[in-house]
Design a protein around this ligand. Structure first.
Ligand SMILES: [Mn+2]
Length: 249
């Protein structure tokens, strides 16, 4: 049994299909789940915006979740908040910020009421084996609760509400980054792990190229940093890098 993570697909449906197929998780849009059918997939948010077919990625991910609900899991990214905010509050600040961050009309037009309910209920964190999985390399999660269950319940409550500012605050908090970088980053990562559990944080959101000061086309694998306490997996597909599917050990 293997556990795979992927993040920040940003509309690149063909790439997502390709990496899942190559790993034996997918065959012609049907979930296969690896050689024994018991592999797990965690998608760490940011399915949409910036790329060619965000709504296609939403459709594929939701279909895989329906086919294999015990094996396919999706976490909330800041672009899911953005998609939701634009849909619910188009005349608020979300309108401008959504466009600036690569929002696409086709993705909004394809979004059904059922998708909106799904977005509002996405969990933001999970501990899987020894890994704490989340979207953003931020400490904002600490402001929403003292356990994974607390944080997920708080965010679910905030996104269930109809207050545009509340939604925007969640989006903004999930957009912050680089909190595990540098000397203080090690302590920060340790504090996150002590609070939420796990031996290691696995995140997307901040592209590896910006963490190692390299162009994204030179990135070919995940980055382990902060004394081995943190793993970044966003290869920067929207920036010309690879969509990384990473098998956790
Ligand atoms: Mn993000």
């Amino acid at each position: 049994m293997g556990t795979y993570v992927v993040s920040d697909v940003h509309g690149h449906l063909a790439d997502l299909r390709a990496v899942l197929t190559q790993a034996g998780l997918l065959r012609e849009d049907r979930w296969v789940g690896g050689p024994d059918g018991d592999d797990d997939l965690w998608i760490l948010g940011d399915l949409v915006d910036r790329g060619p077919d965000g709504i296609g990625v939403v459709r594929l991910v939701r279909s895989l979740q329906e086919q294999a609900p015990q094996h396919v899991h999706m976490l909330l990214g800041n672009h899911e908040c953005l998609m939701l905010g634009e849909r619910l509050f188009p005349t608020s600040r979300f309108g401008e910020v959504w466009l600036l961050n690569g929002g696409r009309l086709e993705d909004q037009e394809g979004l059904g009421d059922d998708d909106v309910a799904w977005l509002r209920a996405l969990p933001a964190m999970a501990v899987v084996g020894d890994d704490l999985l989340l979207h953003s390399d931020t400490t904002s999660y600490l402001t929403w609760g003292r356990s994974v269950a607390d944080v997920n319940a708080t965010l679910r409550g905030l996104l269930a509400g109809d207050d545009a500012r509340q939604h925007f605050d969640v989006f903004a908090a999930l957009t912050s980054r680089y909190d595990y970088v540098g000397e203080e980053g090690v302590d920060t990562a340790r504090r996150m792990l002590e609070t939420f559990g796990g031996q290691r944080i696995v995140h997307g959101h901040s592209i590896i190229g910006t963490l190692v000061d390299k162009p994204s086309y030179e990135i070919d694998g995940p980055l382990v940093y902060a004394d081995g306490l943190v793993v970044a997996i966003d290869g920067g597909r929207y920036d010309g890098g690879p969509l990384l599917l990473v098998r956790l050990s």
